[in-house]
Design a protein around this ligand. Structure first.
Ligand code: ATP
Length: 267
């Protein structure tokens, strides 16, 4: 299971400080981490064992980053379950993979089990695209989520909630469902600060992040990171000593956010 890349141990580098925005989600997870770190006391007090969270939303808005930062915050290992790879070619292979992956995660627990691209396995169940395998897999997963007693905290991520089976969204499966949207102007400011600060901390004081944020309506966190990286590389190649607000604005004028490109594609 590990060798095949179905279940992968992810190194923990990112922390909550590196996420701009997602404040409600971060607050909620901080509370869960207190429960998780004091599990016995919490249970004795009457608190339920945290099961997990489903984070849905636009690509490039920090869902994966959040999964990594969660494990960092909880202070436990992060296992990523690749739903695309879990689906096997042979009869019964997918279910066997799922069972093995869950068993391994429980053996390693306490851990965060990050289920990436949840819709890859469970989308379309009950519709015409339905496969028997997906339904059985789904049933197994639901039962496990409902009955699990091990300290395995599930962070599931998906791009589109409308494709997911409604049973998955019912209370009792996940503790909570969060929708992650494109960042607001204020959040974009923070995201610029994070990505400029990571690479050119010395320039940050002189850069007008408020202006950059005003000019990037519709940009995701990943789009902003892309703009910052490109601006720094261009300034370096041009032999500039510093990166300026103008340098970054020029790059912004010549790029379009993914959300706009997707809109065009849908039209
Ligand atoms: P996908 O659905 O495509 O997997 P995602 O929502 O999981 O997208 P991430 O992989 O977390 O997006 O984002 C890609 C990169 O963009 C991150 O590694 C990070 O550098 C940057 N990024 C995205 N959102 C934010 C944010 N809110 N704050 C800071 N950086 C961000």
């Amino acid at each position: 299971i590990k060798k095949s890349g179905i279940l992968e141990m992810i190194p923990l580098k990112e922390s909550f400080d590196e996420i701009g925005g997602l404040d409600n989600l971060k607050k909620w997870l901080s509370n869960k981490s207190i429960v998780f770190k004091n599990m016995n006391k919490a249970i004795e007090y009457g608190v339920d064992i945290p099961k997990g969270v489903l984070v849905v939303g636009m690509p490039g808005c920090g869902k994966s980053l959040n999964a990594k930062a969660t494990a960092h915050l909880f202070g436990i290992p992060l296992l990523r379950l690749d739903m695309g790879r879990l689906m096997g070619k042979y009869v019964g292979e997918s279910e066997a993979n799922m069972r093995k992956a869950i068993k391994l995660a429980e053996a390693i627990s306490p851990c965060v089990l990050w289920i990436d691209e949840l819709e890859k396995a469970f989308a379309g169940i009950g519709n015409s695209g339905n496969t028997e395998v997906a339904s059985r897999l789904f049933g197994h997963f639901l039962t496990w989520m409902q009955e699990k007693q091990s300290p395995t905290f599930v962070v599931a991520t998906a791009n589109d909630i409308s494709n997911l089976p409604p049973e998955l969204l019912r209370k009792g499966r996940f503790d909570e469902i969060f929708y992650v949207d494109l960042p607001t102007e204020d959040e974009r400011k923070k995201i610029f600060e994070i990505h400029i600060g990571k690479r050119r901390k010395e320039d940050l004081e002189k850069i007008d992040v408020a202006k950059l944020s005003k000019k990037t309506d519709g940009y995701s966190g990943a789009d902003i990171e892309g703009v910052v990286k490109e601006s720094i590389e261009k300034a370096f190649v041009a032999g500039k000593e510093y990166v300026t607000t103008e340098d970054i604005l020029t790059v912004i004028e010549n790029t379009r956010p993914l959300s706009e490109l997707l809109k065009d594609k849908i039209k």
